[in-house]
Design a protein around this ligand. Structure first.
Ligand code: ADP
Length: 159
């Protein structure tokens, strides 16, 4: 069983994340979204809400799962016997942060391979913060997120 983990904040999941997850899930037996706590961000959605949106958005892919984890990603990788971790790369500006994190992860757990994938170019500009901003002002987010996520964003009723 070759398992890959996909850590991130996913606040909320959008079509760019899903594109990466589907691509990676085809290369491995199982992909696990790891919904992480992020001290630099103040998430709009609770971990359970984020997991519910991920599960609903990926339900037709039977080898994709989602969990919440508060500790170090490498510790979860050891716990679940993952052989790799995937991250998405959109543009050059993502590289520096991802490079530092991959190097740190190699120091902490050399057996875990870091894998970087690029999404289809139609998703390259997407990020959760911009989507929340558009939703906050009632802009159209239809083509950026699955239906369930759209409903969750509307239900937050930003006003
Ligand atoms: P972070 O983990 O930095 O809090 P996110 O939860 O937004 O960020 O993203 C999780 C992972 O998904 C990261 O590897 C990020 O680069 C990737 N990602 C985010 N947006 C996109 C996108 N539009 N296309 C492809 N990958 C993306």
């Amino acid at each position: 069983m070759k398992r890959i983990i996909y850590p991130g904040t996913f606040d909320p999941i959008h079509n760019g994340h899903i594109d990466i997850a589907i691509r990676a899930s085809k290369l491995f037996d199982e992909l696990i979204f790891v919904v992480a706590d992020n001290s630099n961000k103040n998430p709009l959605f609770s971990p359970n809400e984020r997991i519910e949106m991920i599960e609903d958005s990926t339900q037709k892919y039977h080898n994709i799962k989602a969990i919440h984890y508060s500790g170090l990603i490498v510790d979860y990788a050891k716990e679940c016997n993952a052989v790799a971790v995937v991250r998405g790369l959109r543009q050059v500006s993502d590289f520096e942060f991802e490079f530092r994190m991959a190097m740190m992860n190699y120091h902490l757990y050399p057996a875990l391979t870091s894998l970087f994938l690029m999404p289809d170019e139609k998703y390259i500009h997407l990020n959760s913060t911009v989507i929340k901003d558009v939703a906050r002002y009632s802009g159209d987010i239809e083509e950026y997120v699955p239906e369930k996520v759209k409903k969750f964003l509307i239900a937050k009723n930003f006003s």
